[in-house]
Each structure stands twice: as structure tokens, then as C-alpha cells.
Write a protein that binds this ligand. Structure first.
Ligand SMILES: NC(=O)c1ccc[n+]([C@@H]2O[C@H](COP(=O)([O-])OP(=O)(O)OC[C@H]3O[C@@H](n4cnc5c(N)ncnc54)[C@H](O)[C@@H]3O)[C@@H](O)[C@H]2O)c1
Ligand SMILES: C[C@@H](O)[C@H](N)C(=O)O
Length: 374
């Protein structure tokens, strides 16, 4: 068989079969695979390379000054050491974050800057959090395309070039009105109608493509709406479920921008961050797929308000529906089926609605306020 046809045959078999286990190597040098901008050695083993040089991973978080990144940095620093986790963003960090550990400027649209950071800091794990969320993405589609799609391409390339283990969060927003909604399985129709959702399906598919084609150690979780106490949400459809706690404690009332009966999957941030580390630490052979749903609870604004009322009896909720956010919410899952995550790597959530509400109100000091009101 001529050499070129033989190589085509080998590549074809690789693509069709996928990895037999979690520890496959890139079988062919990059020069045979096309016009990629990096050169992958024939014997590269992406799954073990990330931890080969040191015992602890060297971590970079992109988009780290948003709702989730600071909590992730704190969580990972407890595990891997303060100096092994670098927080990056295009925003200026507040003092307390700047002094809590390494914190640098990084624009994911600047490939050379990304590469310098990875090389200079000997990065081995990358958590890619930069994104425009669902509501702000609809308000600025061209920026969302740039950050969520072009930025992701840079991240995939730098991760493949330097054999990084890469985590990219996806979202319930990667599903759409034609997906089964209650519960939504891992594998089903995905036709989202937001630029955010389209970019996240693209991220899932591109990450898996790089995994099968180049052996990139890509890992992805579809997060529900995440609720955090000490950070503000960045412009999503589920933001109401964070804001309600601030307003309940401060003013005793809250105006909700979704209808009372809008049921969406949600999760407390501690569960989300633990899931993220658990999937990153899971042995590659335990992962039967590279993109997993994770789930904790589903509730409506009405049910959340009822739970808040148990702690703040005078609390009042009113509704002033935002048509853009409502249309998005109506196209998203009501609940996620996360049985694969539970089976493959032992995912289990800790927080249901009552624990979530108690924890959030304790953080915001509702006890003090109720005591003062009495
Ligand atoms: N928060 C949630 O409820 C939720 C749910 C599902 C998935 N996710 C995903 O988790 C990730 C983090 O979410 P979040 O809530 O912290 O988002 P966020 O909007 O709060 O933060 C995103 C960060 O990205 C940064 N960013 C924007 N453009 C950038 C660029 N060019 N280069 C570098 N950084 C840039 C922003 O400055 C911001 O700090 C996102 O990918 C999001 O899609 C979040
Ligand atoms: C669900 C999630 O991706 C984000 N909180 C949003 O509403 O856009």
C-alpha cells in the first residue's frame, strides 16, 4: 500500500474507533495530520505529561475574576498550594484578591500572551472560565463570538501545544427547545438559540475533537445555574437566584425577572467547584465520555421565595418579567440527568434547596437582620 494511503487508513481508523482506554497517545506526528500550528511528537502522551514534572499541577484559570473563578482559585490553592494556582483576567483585581495569590493579566484573544504565560509559569492544568454568559451574549453577539469561540480556539491550541489537561465548563444553556427537557440526558439533540449556547456546544464538540484527534486531555462539565454568596453573577439568565439573597437580606423584598413557575437546574458553588476538581482528578480510564451533565436541584422562583420566607417572614417577591431572559429560560432544561457522572467518577451533590437557602442567608447575615426587625 502506498505510504500516503497507509497513513490515511491509520488516521481513519483512529477517528472511527476513538481511544480504547483513557491513555491513548497521538499516533502520528503533526506534519501528517494537516496544517496545525504546533508539532506534536509521535510519542507524545498527553494524559500523563501534565503531571510528569512535579507532584502538583501548575494551574492557570482564565476569566478568573468572574462569579466562579475566585472561588475556584481559593479551592485549588488549598489543595495544590497558593503559588501553584494563577488567576488571570482582563479586569483589574481588587486588593484582597491581588494579595491572596498570583493574579495576572491575560486576554484569551491574544495567543502569544497565552503561550508566554503557559511557558513562563510551566502550566500543566488550565481551567478556561472566560466567557460572555447568556443574557450579556445576546446583548453583544459579536463580542460573544470573539470571546466564546475565537478565544476557545486559542485555548485549545495552547493546551494541545503544551500537553495541558484542560477543563472547559459548559452549561444547561447548551441545550435548546428541541432537547428533551425533564430530564435532559448527556447525549441528545442540542439546538440552543442563544449565541452563548451555540458557542458552548461548539466548545464541547471542539474539545472532544481535539481529544480524539490529538489526544488532548479535555474535560468538560455542563454546569446548572450556579449560586454563590461572595461573588456577583456575570449577566446570565439564572442570576435572579443569586440576587434574591442580597435583596432579601438588605431590603426584605425582591423583584424577579423570570416568571414564578420557571423551573431551572441550579447548584451551590461549593458543589460546582468540588465537581470540577473531582472530574479533573478522575483517572482517565474512568471517564466513558468527556462532557458530563452534573446536577443538584431544580426549583422555581416561587419555590425559592417560599424557602426564603421560612427565614425572613416579612420577605416579599414581585415579578417584572424580562422577555429576553424568559425566552432563554423557557428553552433550557428543567432538570439534568447526571447518572453518567455519578456512575463513572462518583459525582454526588451535597446541597439541596433548604441547605442552599440556609447557607446563603447565613452568609449574608440574615440572622442579624431578623433579630433587628424583631
Ligand atoms: N455562573 C454560572 O451560573 C455558570 C453556569 C454554567 C456555566 N458557567 C461557565 O463557567 C464559566 C465562568 O462563569 P462565571 O459565572 O464566572 O462568568 P463571569 O461572566 O462572571 O466571568 C467571566 C470572566 O471572563 C472574563 N473575560 C471576558 N473577556 C475576556 C477575555 N478576552 N480574556 C480573558 N477573560 C475575559 C471577564 O472579565 C469575566 O471576569 C463560564 O465559562 C461560564 O460559561 C457559569
Ligand atoms: C446557566 C449559566 O450558563 C449562566 N448562569 C447563565 O444563566 O447564562
Amino acid at each position: 500500500m502506498p505510504v500516503v494511503r497507509m497513513l490515511q487508513h491509520v488516521v481513519g481508523q483512529m477517528l472511527l474507533q476513538g481511544p480504547a482506554c483513557g491513555c491513548r497517545t497521538s499516533a502520528l506526528p503533526a506534519r501528517f495530520l494537516g496544517t496545525s500550528r504546533w508539532h506534536i511528537p509521535a510519542d507524545a502522551n498527553f494524559h500523563s505529561a501534565s503531571l510528569s514534572e512535579t507532584d502538583q499541577p501548575r494551574v492557570l484559570i482564565t476569566g478568573g475574576l468572574g462569579q466562579l473563578g475566585v472561588g475556584l482559585a481559593n479551592f485549588l490553592r488549598k489543595r495544590f498550594g497558593k503559588d501553584n494556582v494563577i488567576l488571570s483576567d482582563i479586569r483589574k483585581p481588587p486588593d484582597h484578591i491581588f494579595h491572596s495569590g498570583p493574579c495576572i493579566y491575560s486576554d484569551i484573544l491574544d495567543y502569544k500572551n497565552l503561550r508566554e504565560i503557559v511557558v513562563n509559569n510551566r502550566i500543566t492544568w488550565l481551567f478556561h472560565y472566560s466567557a460572555l454568559l447568556s443574557a450579556v451574549g445576546e446583548a453583544n453577539v459579536s463580542l460573544a463570538k470573539a470571546v466564546n469561540i475565537t478565544g476557545l480556539h486559542n485555548i485549545l491550541d495552547v493546551a494541545a501545544e503544551h500537553s495541558l489537561r484542560l477543563f472547559v465548563p459548559s452549561t444547561i444553556g447548551a441545550f435548546g427547545p428541541t432537547s428533551p427537557r425533564n430530564p435532559t440526558p448527556d447525549l441528545c439533540i442540542q439546538r440552543p438559540r442563544t449565541i452563548y449556547g451555540v458557542s458552548k456546544v461548539h466548545a464541547e464538540l471542539m474539545g472532544e475533537y481535539y481529544y480524539y484527534r490529538y489526544g488532548l486531555d479535555f474535560r468538560c462539565l455542563r454546569y446548572p445555574g450556579i449560586i454563590s454568596a461572595d461573588s456577583q453573577p456575570g449577566g446570565g439568565t439564572t442570576d435572579y437566584a443569586v440576587q434574591i439573597f442580597h435583596d432579601a437580606v438588605k431590603n426584605g423584598k425582591f423583584e424577579c425577572n423570570l416568571k414564578p413557575s420557571t423551573r431551572l437546574p441550579m447548584m451551590y458553588i461549593d458543589d460546582c467547584l468540588r465537581a470540577t476538581l473531582e472530574v479533573m482528578e478522575a483517572p482517565a480510564e474512568s471517564l466513558s465520555m468527556r462532557t458530563y451533565n452534573i446536577s443538584a436541584m431544580s426549583f422555581t422562583p416561587e419555590e425559592l421565595a417560599q424557602e426564603v420566607l421560612k427565614h425572613i417572614p416579612e420577605f416579599q417577591i414581585t415579578y417584572n418579567v424580562d422577555s429576553v431572559r424568559q425566552a432563554i429560560a423557557d428553552s433550557w432544561p428543567v432538570s439534568l440527568d447526571d447518572s453518567n457522572a455519578r456512575k463513572d467518577w462518583g459525582w454526588k451533590h451535597d446541597f439541596d434547596l433548604p441547605e442552599l437557602v440556609t447557607t446563603m442567608l447565613n452568609f449574608h447575615g440574615s440572622d442579624t437582620r431578623v433579630a433587628q426587625a424583631n
